[in-house]
Design a binder for this molecule. Structure first.
Ligand SMILES: Cc1cc2nc3c(=O)[nH]c(=O)nc-3n(C[C@H](O)[C@H](O)[C@H](O)COP(=O)(O)OP(=O)(O)OC[C@H]3O[C@@H](n4cnc5c(N)ncnc54)[C@H](O)[C@@H]3O)c2cc1C
Length: 305
């Protein structure tokens, strides 16, 4: 197949999509890979040192993604620096993007997810002026400052630990009564007195004139409010799936994540969903890589017949 028709189309340039394109090409399929703006990396693009990634030394997200994309080009993967807006059914799938239309026998959706923002007064107005979602990008601006992190999962705690390299105090505000994160993160935070923990609490307002000056926190049990002075607020309160391109025939769970079977195939035959866009995804890069490898090999085997 050539031109705009391929055995396999992989949509999404995060680590799941890069790995799927890699394994599909290794299996001998013709592969087209859609990487939005030609910039690979997805959620980890700004993470300077990945946790839990099996490598000889520290690896950053951008470095890992760029390396994989380079290998894929050597394997003959056709890179298209564009997003896909719509996927249509049939024995051969049609993919509609801003710059054209492509066809593929099998499609792997690896469109990932987007960090949720805080829907409270002041959060949007002060975005980029103290409200951030990237400690690796903005942490250096908060040397000796008091900062707040919203969230209680892996990404909140790993970013909070990175802020520990700069900030004077880091207050973590979480709706739960315990963290849902790697023990390694939890124990490091528990043993450092610069971290202040607000359990069963939520941020209800962000205040400041030209930059963040404080956040108002509500205790979910007592209903009382407290203003915490800070100049930075880092928000990691969950993910929204990037699933808008998939048609209604592809089942979603209550959160909008795509439902698949054990082989990562969605309700529409020939359409796979892997990584952060998938319902039940475990949240770790190593799991994204495993899902991508399985889906790519099954999809490629189907193209042999
Ligand atoms: C701050 C943070 C730090 C993390 N650190 C670690 C860590 O150290 N170790 C670890 O194991 N995990 C970490 N994770 C989790 C990890 O980032 C995710 O599990 C993983 O990146 C998911 O990869 P993905 O490829 O499925 O999705 P994503 O990374 O979300 O990539 C999806 C890509 O698809 C693109 N896309 C979306 N829609 C379209 C479309 N319509 N057309 C074309 N392209 C599209 C997006 O732009 C994006 O580039 C971290 C997560 C966060 C938020």
């Amino acid at each position: 197949m050539a031109g705009t028709s391929f055995d396999i189309a992989v949509i999404g340039g995060g680590i799941a999509g890069l790995t799927a394109a890699h394994h599909a090409a290794l299996a001998g399929a013709s592969v087209v890979h859609f990487v939005e703006d030609g910039l690979p990396g997805g959620l980890v693009i700004n993470v300077g040192a990945l946790d839990g990634w099996p490598a000889a030394g520290p690896v950053g997200g951008a470095e890992l993604a760029a390396g994989l994309m380079g290998q894929n080009e050597e394997l003959g993967v056709t890179l298209v620096p564009s997003r896909i807006d719509r996927l249509e059914g049939g024995a051969t799938r049609t993919l509609h993007g801003a710059d054209g239309v492509w066809r593929a026998r099998q499609v792997i959706l690896a469109t990932g997810a987007t960090l949720k923002t805080l829907d409270v007064p002041g959060a949007e107005r002060l975005a980029g002026r103290g409200v951030s979602q990237c400690a690796w990008c903005d942490g250096g601006l908060y040397r000796d400052a008091d900062v707040v992190v919203a969230g209680g999962g892996d990404s909140a705690l790993s970013e909070a630990l990175h802020l520990g390299a700069f900030a004077r105090t880091i207050t973590i505000v979480t709706r739960g009564e315990r963290f849902r994160a790697r023990n390694h993160y939890v124990s490091r935070i528990a043993s450092d007195e610069r971290y202040h923990l607000r359990w069963a609490s939520e941020i209800v307002e962000v205040s400041g004139a030209d930059g963040v000056e404080s956040v108002r926190v509500r205790d979910r049990e007592s209903g009382t409010h407290e203003d915490i002075p800070c100049t930075g607020l880092f928000v990691f309160v969950g993910l929204t799936p990037n699933a808008g391109l998939a048609g209604p025939e592809i089942a979603r769970d209550a959160g909008g994540f795509l439902v698949t079977d054990a082989n990562f195939e969605a309700a529409a035959p020939g359409v796979f969903a892997i990584g952060a866009v998938r319902s039940g995804y475990g949240g770790r890069l190593t799991q994204a890589v495993g899902e991508a490898t399985t889906a790519a090999e099954i999809a490629a085997a189907r193209c042999e017949s």
